[in-house]
Every structure is written in C-alpha cells, then in structure tokens.
Write a new protein. Sequence first.
Length: 614
Amino acid sequence: MSHRAAYGLLVFALWLVIVVLAILTGMASLASSGRSDCKSFTAPSNSSYSIITIVGGGNCTFADKVADAVYHHSSYFQSAHIIIIRVIGALTLLVYKPSLTAMMWSALQTFADTSGVPMLRVDAFQEAVELSNSPALLPAALYVKASRTLPFKVIYVLLVSILSLISPLAVSPIYQPHTGPYHVNATMNVGGGVGPIASVTYDVGAPVPGGLVTGRALLAAGILLGIPVFPNTFNVSVAPFLSMVVINEIWSAEVDIVVARNTVDCSASAPARFNRTEPVVALDMVNYFAPGGAFTSSSPTFAGLNLGTITNDPQVTAVYLNSIVSVQPGSVAAETSVIFLGANATLEGAQQTITSPNATARIVSVDVLICTSTTTLETSHCIINQGNVTSCTAFVPENTTASSNGDTGGLGAYLAHPTSDAVILSASPAMAYNNLPLRLPMYIMSNATVAAKVPPTSDLTLDLTADHYYVPLDYITDVVFGKTAQALVQGLNQAWPVQANYLVELKATFGTSRPQLLYLILAVCVGCALAATVAGVVSFRNHYAPLDLVRLLAISRNDQLDDVFAPYADLSAPVDEGILQRRIGYSWVEELNSRALVVGSQGSSSSLVGGDDK
C-alpha cells in the first residue's frame, strides 16, 4: 500500500472514531435527561410512583430507555468513552506526523547566517527522529529538553498527549447518576379522615377508627424502629394531609390540601376553662398511694368525671375533656383540654401537684399539667420543595360557606368527618396511644426519651419501676402534641382517601450528569483532530519524506560523518558526551553532488559543508 493510501486511511480512521465519539456523546447527553428508573413503572396504563399515580407513567420514552441502559452499564460506557478519547488522541498525533517531520527537516536545514554552522545538535536530532516517528508525551518532552526550544508543533503534541492522559478525570463525573426534577401530571391522595364520630371527652371504650389505628402503628414504628413517619415541615405544629412518602418524592410542587395547625396553651388559663374552684384532678388517695410500695389500680376523677382506671406506675397518663368544635368557611377548629398526670415526674408548668401521704408508697408525688389544645383544619395552598413542605397559606375556596359539604366549611370535599378529625388531632397526646382495657392511656417516659426528643411509647405493662424524670414544656408542645398529631395525620391520610390531580416535579434519577462537559470534550477532540488533519495533510502534500531508517541511511553517505562517528562502530566504545553536543544539518555536499548530513566542526564556528546550500 502506498504512503498516500495509508495516510488517507489514517485520516479516515480518525474521523470515523470522531463520529463514534459523537454518537456516544449523544447517548450520554440523552441519558442526562432520561429517567434511569423508568422501568419501575410497570403498570399497563397508569404507574404508581409509590402512592403517586402518573398518567402514562409506564410509557418509557427513548431517552428513558437510553438512560436506563447507560445507568445499568455505566462502567462499560465510561470505559468505552475513555478508550475512544485515547484512540482519538493517538490517531490525531499519527495524522499530525507529517507536520512534525516537516518541522524536523526544517530544523536540519537551519544554519547560522554568518558562519553556516548547523543549528541542530546531535542529541536534539536523535530526539527529533524519535518524535517524528512516534509522536507522544515523552518523546516531545525529551526533544524540548535536548533542543532547548519549544516550537508550537511540539506544544501541540504535548497538549494532545496530556489531554488524552487526563481524560478519565473529565469523563468520570459524567457517568455519575444525578437526582433532579421530572415534570408529570400526578394523581395523589390528599384527603383522609375517620368513620366513627369522635367523643368530645375521652371514652375508654370507644371503637378505634381505621385511620387512627394506622396512625398509632406508624407512631410506634417511628419510635421503636426508627422508621421516618414525620413529614418535613416548616413547623412541627403543622401536619399536612399528604403522605410523607409523597412529600419525600416531590422535587417541587404547589398543592391545595387540608392542613392541621395546632396551638397549645399550658398556662394558668388552661385550668380556668373548667370554671371550677376545686382542683381539676382528684386521685383515690388511699389506693393510689398505698403504703409499703403496694401496686394498685384506682380511678381518678377529671373535673368530676370518672374516665377510667390508672395504675400507680411511675409513668405519664393523658386524657382529654370538653372538646368544642367551630366551623368557618374553609376551616374546622376543635378546642380541647388535655390533662397529663406525671407520676414521680416533674412536669414543667404543672398547675397542681399531689403529694403522697405515705412515705412508703410507690409514688412520691403526681404533677398535673392541663393544656388547652386548639387544632384548626383549613384548606391551604402548600409549597413543597425537595421533600420539604416550606409553607402553607390558608385560603377559603370559592363559593364556600360554613354549611358547605354538610356543615364542614367545605372541608368535606377533602376529609371524612372533619369535626371528628379535628377533635382527635387536638387530643393527640391521648388518642395516639393504645391502652389496656378500661385503663387510661399511659406512657413509658424517661429522661433519655425527653433528651432524644422522640415521642414516648405506650405503656401496656404493669408494675414498672423508673427513676424520677423531668419533662420540659417544649417537649410537651412540640413532641407529645406536635409529632403525635403528625403521625396520626399520616394514618388518617390512608383512610378515606380523596384523589386530586396536580402538575408536579417529582424526584427522578437520571442516567448521567454534566452534559456540558460532554460537549466540551467532543469540541476539544474535534478541534484537535481538525488541526491535526489540516496541518498533516498540507505537510503530506508538500513532498512529505518520513525520517525513517531508509531515509537516514540515504542521507548519511558522507565521508565527514565517517570521520566523526567511525569510532562508535565498535559496540564496546562508549559514546562521548561531546559528540551529542555537535551540530548536525542537512545540506548540499559538492563531493557527493547531492544533499547529505553534515556535521559542524568541534569547537569551531565553521562548518564542514562542501558548498553553498542549493
């Protein structure tokens, strides 16, 4: 095959690989905008994104399929990308060889203007031959060191070689998946509620609605197993009727839902709500404070009412009384008195303390804390940003009155029995916990529980012992009220669901990242290949003559070279360092009547050229 045909194939191979790189760049770029998890949407028509339904979600686009392939075979795509870039680098330098060779011939034919001494040293010529035949980083660096020059063409070789060498650093970030927004039309459960009507005062024998059962189970799972059950909201006293799972999967959305807002007042005004002169809580002093550390069960009274029994265990008991519900357009509010009994506990802000008359009783004292809890259910416009509810603004839907949707202020469009929902949530410290038959709800609480700011667990055992513990007021308001209400809302949301459609941006995993870097790499490769092609083709067409063995032998037919280099024909003779410092050039030699290599005389500015350069 002729040199011209071989060089043409080399140029063709370079641009063929460039096309392959462009295709791979297009695939990786497409994968950056396609869902790598699209195959998880397997339903034939609608697909569930956990409990979010996406219309047509099972129809994966071409970009999604490419993203899925790239994501699951990212190591192969990354390796292929790096290999292709390095092949382009190698082919670029090979295509550039004629330009380097032309530079070397030019250097050989450069002589001092006055003395005619060659300008190229022997050691530089040696590295020049290596560079022109094998253009790469090391030969280029050695040529620069030997010649003490830095021509542009050598800079180009160094640049291409270095870029090829560091290409893995540029490619690696591309094949990392990233999470971002995915715009969809989604159907979500935004309602909830309970079936049975809630009592306005705690009823130990009342049936437990399904949503309340679920809420209690979620609360227990969150406490005991550490499973996240509380949504990320801007305020712990705000509980949106939207699944925490849904909230976590949303990148950005604005939705109209019902929100439960709770305020708690545990000041001296809370007991005044009962309008009583005597203490609100009365214990069975004889049985509850039995001597000798006896374990007993007794029935306290709350504002004169016997609501159930308690045991004299060192725990906290919670009940509620006197819920009053008010309905306004767009909202339902319940105001409830919640009473806590802290046995062997110090409840911050307690309005009453009952001290044991017997020094040997199991319980030393009982703190009584009464709080007025107000929960308002209101239609709100909520903004969700990357799994966080950042704001909720209450609004009144158009054409809504207090009597709308069955005297629910319009909330009946979202919730089942909004008035009962409001009562239950306002009394969440009592309603969020399971209890033994006929016994009032009791908590297992300790200083460790309070310090961790996690809700207490249900006390479903008997005859416990515990150290004295302190309960600050903010723990009561933010955790015992706030977090329990949030857990109950998560349970109520799963009962009596109401579906609504919203345009939202969901969190999605995309196959690749940084598409701009992809285009930059492609542009650099195309630019280098184009420069090499233009420079190489021009030099090749201008009588290209490679610096190969045949050419070197042909231009070495000069007696002058024999005089200088003959001693080194003996393989045992070391090459003198001085010989590498001699100057060598390519010029007309009269004795040969042709061009040949010539060597400048050692220590002299005159050249051993047989005649003028022709």
